[in-house]
Write a protein that binds this ligand. Structure first.
Ligand code: NAD
Ligand code: KPL
Length: 305
């Protein structure tokens, strides 16, 4: 019997992964927050994935964090600000050879999780796949993309990449996962806050070319200083390419704010500003952007961390 995939967080990405693994006949278990959520899930009977307009339901078994079964493989699919506490609740269930796959965007949460469970191997992921919830226990696969996985502390690829292959989850083992995470963080910092502040789709930023270019220059300086020169390479050109390619889309941060949801600011722009400060780097436009975004969030009654 192959090792079970425990999936922590039945949101967009958690459901996208759990349903594809289950569809491939792999053993999957869904960890829900508490007994109330478990009862609500069991009443529905499974997770539904909507792909190309077709909905399929998969009867993935659910459990609560205090279920007794040991966990050897854990997919952490919470938001960055929930990951550390959610994993801490499972620490006593982790087997000595446990592996965690961290799907969080941005940086900071991965180190916080790893510090909570030093006995486990923590693998970071950077995903460009897109999914959103259109109902309870129901997720729409909105954008095909790719997943890079890697472990800065151990270059050896895990055996379970075969499971991802079987489940048709597009992926590659990456020797430079930290560089990929920094690059995505820089792209998100150059685009997402400005879409919130200018109240526009990604394409609307083509009217703010100078502001974007100034931010890219400061972000590139930061990446150079924190030992990530490859992540700084042609940053502005890629930011402009993404703005153009996703012109009709609203950024994830824009959508969070529009839906009155907490953003992941601390793990994106907040993390960039914190690292800049640690390196005693003066990046005035980046810092000002953070102040403007924090003020904007507070004005709307949203958490600014
Ligand atoms: P989401 O809000 O849809 O799902 C998170 C789920 O985790 C929620 O169901 C929440 O209830 C659950 N959760 C939180 N704390 C928990 C706990 N203690 N125990 C059990 N469940 C808990 O979020 P998402 O969109 O799937 O995003 C997850 C991460 O993936 C984020 O960092 C996001 O930036 C990143 N990401 C998302 C997408 C996407 O398209 N949705 C794409 C790329 C990256
Ligand atoms: O990842 C993104 C997001 O919206 O979070 C893009 C589309 C790259 C914009 O930063």
């Amino acid at each position: 019997m192959s090792t079970a995939w425990h999936v922590l967080g039945a949101g967009s990405l958690g459901t996208l992964w759990a349903t594809r693994l289950a569809r491939a006949g792999l053993p999957v278990r869904l960890i829900l927050r508490d007994a109330a959520r478990l009862h609500s899930y069991e009443a529905v009977g499974g997770l539904t994935l909507v792909e190309n307009g077709q909905a399929h339901t998969y009867a993935v078994p659910g459990e609560t964090p205090d279920s007794p079964e040991p966990i050897r493989r854990l997919l952490v699919a919470c938001k960055a600000y929930d990951a550390e506490e959610a994993v801490a609740r499972l620490a006593s269930r982790l087997a000595p050879d446990a592996e965690l796959i961290l799907l969080q965007n941005g940086l900071g949460s991965q180190d916080a999780v790893a510090a909570r469970v030093p006995q486990a191997r923590c693998i970071s992921a950077s995903s460009t796949e897109g999914a959103f919830r259109d109902g309870d226990w129901r997720v729409v696969f909105a954008g095909h993309g790719f997943n890079w996985l890697g472990d800065g502390a151990n270059p050896l690829a895990p055996v379970w990449l075969d499971d991802l292959q079987a489940a048709n989850i597009p992926h590659e083992w990456s020797a430079d996962i930290l560089t990929r995470l920094w690059r995505k963080l820089a792209l998100n910092c150059a685009i997402n806050p400005l879409t919130v502040l200018h109240n526009c789709r990604n394409g609307g930023l083509s009217e703010h070319h100078c502001e974007v270019a100034t931010l890219c220059a400061e972000l590139a300086e930061l990446l150079q200083h924190c030992g990530q020169p490859a992540a700084a390479d042609n940053l502005q050109a890629e930011v402009e390419r993404v703005i153009h390619a996703t012109a009709a889309n609203y950024s994830s941060m824009y959508q969070d704010v529009a839906n009155q949801r907490r953003t992941e600011i601390s793990y994106l722009l907040g993390h960039a500003c914190k690292v800049a400060e640690r390196h005693q780097l003066h990046l005035p436009h980046l810092q000002q952007l953070q102040q403007r975004l924090v003020a904007h969030l507070r004005k709307r009654g949203l958490p600014s961390d």
